[in-house]
Design a protein around this ligand. Structure first.
Ligand SMILES: Nc1ncnc2c1ncn2[C@@H]1O[C@H](COP(=O)(O)OP(=O)(O)OP(=O)(O)O)[C@@H](O)[C@H]1O
Ligand SMILES: [Mg+2]
Length: 385
């Protein structure tokens, strides 16, 4: 990102409805020049609508859109310095892959040797230079999508809008394309607004993530802020796996709080940003699976000061990088624990049904004010405790 960051795109108090149904409500959003931002949120929350408004394929019912200091709210799409890669790609069927990519440059009357060089470069980026002579119908869906990306990037727009451009690709190619896109964005200094359903993709690629819910912005932050300090339960549950506990704040002082959680007293560092919460207040405590630790019952003595919950192993799933264990707690409820392999003892395993103790890394608890979570929210986590 350039410093100090200048704003490239602003949405000011933007609302959009279709047939009386509000899809975006009074949205304010600034996107900085050179930034990679990702819109993340459940299906129907308005991600594509935001891109269509910025690209000029839709007009807001209210509010303003500003691009590079110029109001463009009513400006025709083809006059905006914005390129788009949409969920459904539309390539010209009668043209070769090369001509599809070169098309925009030729329209701009770029000299032919430069057209050739830039089109080939763009095709190399998406690893399709060897298929440049083919027609779109001779490519797979994923390959066609990569041509669409090359075609949009080759024009080096100020702003590139990408609507789930990688969703048709297999895992490995998707990872490669994530790296290539990120590299391209840095090299060319193009601002990217990227839409994905995939939270891992959002976290790994973005400078900032915008988590959306039903037409409004729930939280904007760096991937780390959104993951480690979700502002709401919705964000916590949408971005990553969660273990959620009901808890009550028992005592507060400037340094420490005590909570009761799963019938235990837990002492945590004071949370200054939540200073307004009173003693006796009910809260939710979020613990990420990778912050949980498993111990054998014989270790209880050694864990004297730490909160620890008893339970039995009911699932053990090999995930390649990690081992995920689901524990049924004695007091009811389940939690998920995600551990890296113990390289010293790779054959070690818990048996199903085995009794274990579960604790967690102190002070990694995220405290959230209780709120209603709508049932339509996709919850990727295990049961609440
Ligand atoms: N042309 C339209 N007419 C009527 N309703 C529309 C139109 N376009 C979008 N909508 C509605 O607006 C809401 C937001 O749609 P949008 O396409 O922005 O969602 P999205 O976040 O991109 O979802 P997905 O992840 O499924 O692509 C949805 O409820 C959708 O049905
Ligand atoms: Mg969409």
């Amino acid at each position: 990102m350039t410093h100090p960051p200048s704003v490239l795109v602003s949405l000011k108090d933007v609302s959009k409805s279709y047939d009386d149904k509000t899809v975006l409500a009074a949205l304010d959003l600034d996107i900085y020049d050179g930034e990679f931002v990702t819109l993340l949120g459940p299906s129907g929350c308005g991600k594509t609508t935001i891109l269509r408004l910025i690209a000029g394929f839709e007009r807001p019912n209210h509010g303003q859109i500003i691009l590079a200091g110029e109001e463009i709210t009513q400006q025709a799409a083809h006059l905006r310095h914005v390129n788009t890669v949409f969920q459904s790609y539309a390539l010209f069927p009668h043209m070769s892959v090369f001509d599809n990519v070169a098309f925009g440059l030729r329209m701009e009357k770029v000299a032919e040797p430069e057209v050739k060089e830039r089109a080939i470069q763009a095709l190399e980026m998406v690893q399709l230079a060897n298929l440049a002579h083919r027609r779109p119908h001779q490519l797979s869906g994923g390959q066609q999508q990569r041509v669409a990306i090359a075609r949009a990037a080759v024009k080096r727009p100020r702003l590139l809008l990408l609507d789930e451009p990688l969703s048709a690709l297999d895992y490995k190619l998707r990872k490669q394309m994530q790296n290539e896109l990120k590299r391209l964005q840095r090299q060319l200094g193009i601002t990217f607004i990227f839409v994905t359903h995939d939270q891992e993709e959002a976290l790994s690629m973005s400078d900032r993530v915008i988590v959306m819910r039903e037409g409004h912005i729930e939280q904007i932050g760096t991937p780390r802020q959104v993951y480690e300090n979700p502002k709401t339960l919705f964000v916590a549950r949408f971005v990553g796996e969660t273990n959620l506990f009901d808890a009550v704040i028992q005592t507060k002082n400037n340094h420490h709080w005590t909570l009761t959680l799963a019938q235990q007293n837990v002492c945590i560092k004071a949370r200054t940003h939540l200073a307004h919460l009173a003693e006796g207040q009910k809260v939710k405590v979020l613990l990420r699976p990778e912050d949980m630790r498993l111990y054998a019952p014989a270790d209880r003595q050694a864990l004297a000061d730490q909160p620890c919950l008893s339970g039995k192993v009911i699932e053990r799933n090999y995930k390649g990088m990690t081992l995920d264990t689901v524990i049924a707690l004695e007091q009811g409820g389940q939690i998920l624990v995600s551990e890296f392999f113990d390289e010293e003892d790779p054959d070690f395993d818990y048996r199903l049904g085995e009794s274990v103790l579960v604790s967690w890394v102190a002070n990694w608890e995220v405290i959230l004010v209780d709120e209603q979570v709508s049932p339509s929210v996709a919850v990727s986590a295990v049961e609440e405790v």
